[in-house]
Design a protein around this ligand. Structure first.
Ligand code: ZN
Length: 337
């Protein structure tokens, strides 16, 4: 067996040994043992498996956390149950694995609690979690984290598309926005208890899957021309400050950029080359925008989405000095794709 392991390697060992075990081939001299005790001990000691509510999972990180190899195994292992055979989970947990869950995407439902539950439990749309706006301590789970929910639709961030495939979607009950007499979108606030739930939920998910700050996003970040949620009332800065979650810029860097650009910004801002550069910066940061060198309704929506997120006091979609400086500060802190 030791020779088998050395020569053929671990993966072949699994195949060959299980094949031998169920073979009637008389050329095999001795009845193979399931696994040599030496190998078994090493593997099992390194990757201890514990049982919780009838399912087994690895107790410790089986990846290399120093290389951001996010393979902390958590929760259940879904396993085949082939008739007449036993799938063995404890011997050879591989290091070559990572989580499918790369993103957390926040939404608001734009309808009340009852309607939200109804909408998200029919066919068509769903989310992994729904955070109600009640003064209770409940968060509803609608979809298993290992399964796809239908919440992001056509979506892009950096080099990824169709983020339903690799994200956890969180819907928050909130009435969205109305349009006032001068055409400005007026957004409904979130309540404090609800935000506490969202913060702790996002932190829990981000910690477990080791989701980087650049991948904790709003629906409007990944679908800026279609979506406004969770909108400018969602306190991304507070989430960053209280839970160290998601992206936020360094104020000193932003002010430094602003001071340096103060005297030239007005003369630059309408030049095609400058606009092209800023649009490229937005694209590099992660947004789905094609640099054109001029502003139109569609690419101004990208600026508006950026403002919802990082400069919520004014979200008119116009690239002003403040927006520009925040974008540059963010790119310094979170280099683009
Ligand atoms: Zn949404």
């Amino acid at each position: 067996m030791h020779k088998c392991l050395t020569i053929m390697g671990l993966s072949f060992l699994v195949f060959s040994c299980s094949a031998q075990k169920n073979s009637t081939n008389r050329n095999i001299e001795t009845k193979p043992k399931p696994i040599t005790t030496a190998t078994e001990k090493i593997v099992e000691k390194k990757h201890e498996v514990v049982s919780y509510k009838g399912v087994e999972f690895f107790k410790n990180n089986i990846g290399d956390i120093t290389k951001n190899d996010n393979t902390t195994s958590y929760g259940s292992i879904v396993t085949a149950e082939p008739k007449g055979f036993k799938v063995v989970k404890t011997y050879f947990p591989s290091l070559a694995q990572n989580f499918r869950q790369k993103y957390i995407i926040l939404h608001y439902t734009a309808i009340d609690d009852d309607k939200s539950i109804l909408a998200l439990t029919q066919r068509g749309v769903s989310a992994h979690y729904l955070v109600n706006d009640k003064e209770d301590n409940q968060i509803y789970q609608l979809v298993d984290e290992n399964k796809r929910a239908y919440h992001a639709g056509l979506s892009v961030w950096r080099n990824d598309k169709n983020l339903n495939d690799n994200s956890i979607g969180i819907e928050i009950t909130n009435m969205g926005y109305t349009v006032d007499s001068i055409g400005k979108k007026v957004f409904a606030p979130f309540n404090e208890n609800q935000l506490k739930k969202v913060f702790k939920l996002v932190k829990d998910i981000a910690d477990r899957y080791q989701i980087p700050p650049t991948n904790i996003l709003g629906h409007s970040d990944v679908a800026p021309t279609r979506k406004q949620d969770p909108g400018p009332m969602f306190p991304w800065k507070k989430l960053y400050e209280e839970e160290k979650i998601g992206m936020w810029y360094d104020d000193a860097t932003m002010k430094n950029v602003m001071m340096k650009s103060l005297s030239t910004f007005d003369s630059m801002k309408d030049k095609n080359t400058f606009i092209f550069k800023v649009q490229s910066d937005l694209q590099n940061f992660g947004y789905d925008i094609v640099p054109t060198g001029s502003w139109n309704t569609e690419n101004m929506r990208v600026v508006e989405s950026f403002q919802y997120r990082f400069r919520p006091e004014n979200y008119d979609g116009v690239l002003d000095l403040g927006t520009y400086s925040i974008l540059q500060a963010l790119l310094q802190k979170y280099p683009g794709k």
